[in-house]
Write a protein of this length. Structure first.
Length: 410
């Protein structure tokens, strides 16, 4: 209370904010370990970057307004591109994979249709190809770009869950014969259900032979250049017209940060000059959808600054060690799982009670996992090992809990 008996306004506001925080977090688990895909623990350095961006609220519309913040951002994105092996002519920070896909497909249309920027789709009957397990964000992008759902062609899967290149080639040929305009192939590098990887080498050859745009949706697969097979993946990404990654999924940044890398120069197809912005070369507003944005990539900038290149690579790559440890521990429990390129363990056969019972049993032990439905229609359980905050003893405990479930008497 103040001297005149009026309640201290600062304490009043703090009390309201504390009650708001309590309401928002009441339903969230406060203990245990999260092995479900979609949410990982941001690294403290990335959280520092996020706070710095919010507190300073720097405008990333022009080179002049962003200044050194933009310089640091572009240096960090170029450093990440070196890890990934991607082209760096254009590095566009986005809110995530869906926005990156939208911009990538815009570039694909601009490359395929000479009058697209001025006249739109006109009479072209466009086709975009992806697997049956490719992300639904492609269909959303097709609607936003005025193409409609019919423009998206879902291609048959191989037995391993990846796109069938033979079916793709056949569909492109039939569409050309029917008067359609194939524009792009969207390769999925890590499907949402079971982490299947499309064959980028085969798809790159097909795209080059037909002069199609090849986009790699690597929201999950962006981690692969940090794997033991990293050199091969960097070479594959270099063959793509564009690649999108999600640092908020695999690089320990808070939601939502994605990055789109393309082989198109920055500020080309999306540049629309206006009298109220300065005439600049390579302004940020000409790269993506937002005209004004904040320093959304600063969590990544701070993470690279804090850890250095070697520390960052070790942090990201440790997910593969966690996956190997869990597979080994499951083997000791008599639970056979196949090796996989991504740090994901998928249990297709879940014993008595099925996937739902296994997920519930693991949740009772404070291990949160994801039930999934495979393309075959069967249910399974998916375990993601991306989170740097998961300790080794939790991996061993998870394996023991899974083993105990499998050994339950029928």
């Amino acid at each position: 209370m103040t001297a005149n008996g009026v309640k201290d306004e600062r304490l009043f506001v703090e009390d309201r904010l504390e009650r708001l925080a309590a309401r928002l977090t009441a339903g969230r688990p406060q203990d245990g370990f999260d092995f479900a895909l979609g949410r990982t623990t941001p690294h403290p350095a990335a959280l520092f970057g996020a706070r710095l961006a919010v507190e300073n609220n720097v405008q990333h519309a022009t080179v002049r307004s962003a200044g050194v913040w933009l310089t640091e951002e572009r240096q960090a994105l170029a450093q990440l591109a070196d890890f990934l092996g991607t082209e760096t002519k254009s590095a566009v920070p986005t809110s995530g994979g869906a926005e990156a896909l939208l911009v990538a497909l815009f570039y694909a249309l601009d490359a395929a249709l000479p009058d697209y920027r001025t006249r739109g789709i006109s009479s072209a009957k466009v086709r975009i190809y992806l697997s049956q397990e490719g992300h639904a964000a492609v269909a959303k992008a097709a609607r936003l770009l005025g193409l409609g759902d019919d423009a998206v062609v879902r291609v048959r899967l191989r037995d391993d869950g990846a796109i069938d290149p033979n079916d793709l080639t056949d569909r492109i040929g039939k569409d050309l014969a029917a008067g359609f305009t194939p524009v792009a192939i969207v390769a999925t590098i890590g499907t949402t259900v079971d982490g299947a990887l499309d064959d980028l080498d085969r798809l790159a050859t097909i795209a080059a032979s037909r002069r199609l745009w090849l986009h790699a949706d690597a929201a999950w697969g962006g981690i692969l250049p940090f794997s033991p097979d990293g050199d091969a993946w960097r070479a594959r990404f270099r063959r793509c017209s564009s690649v999108s990654v999600d640092p908020h999924k695999t690089f320990h940044c808070p939601l939502g940060l994605g990055v789109l890398y393309t082989d198109r120069p920055r500020g080309n197809a999306l540049r629309v000059d206006a009298a109220y912005v300065p005439k600049e070369d390579d302004p940020p507003w000409a790269q993506g959808i937002p005209w004004s944005r904040g320093a959304i990539a600063l969590p990544l900038v701070a993470l690279l600054a804090a850890l250095g290149a070697g520390g960052f690579a070790a942090l990201v790559g440790d997910a593969f060690r966690r996956a190997d440890r869990l597979r080994t521990a499951l083997g000791r429990e008599g639970v056979a799982v196949a090796d996989a390129p991504l740090p994901i363990v998928t249990l297709a056969e879940t014993g008595r009670g099925g996937a739902a019972a296994l997920v519930e049993a693991l949740a009772s032990c404070k291990y949160r996992t994801s039930p999934v439905r495979f393309a075959s229609g069967k249910l399974g359980v998916r375990i993601g090992l991306f989170d740097h905050a998961i300790p080794d003893d939790a991996l061993d405990g998870l394996a023991r809990a899974i083993g105990a479930f499998y050994r339950k008497p029928t």
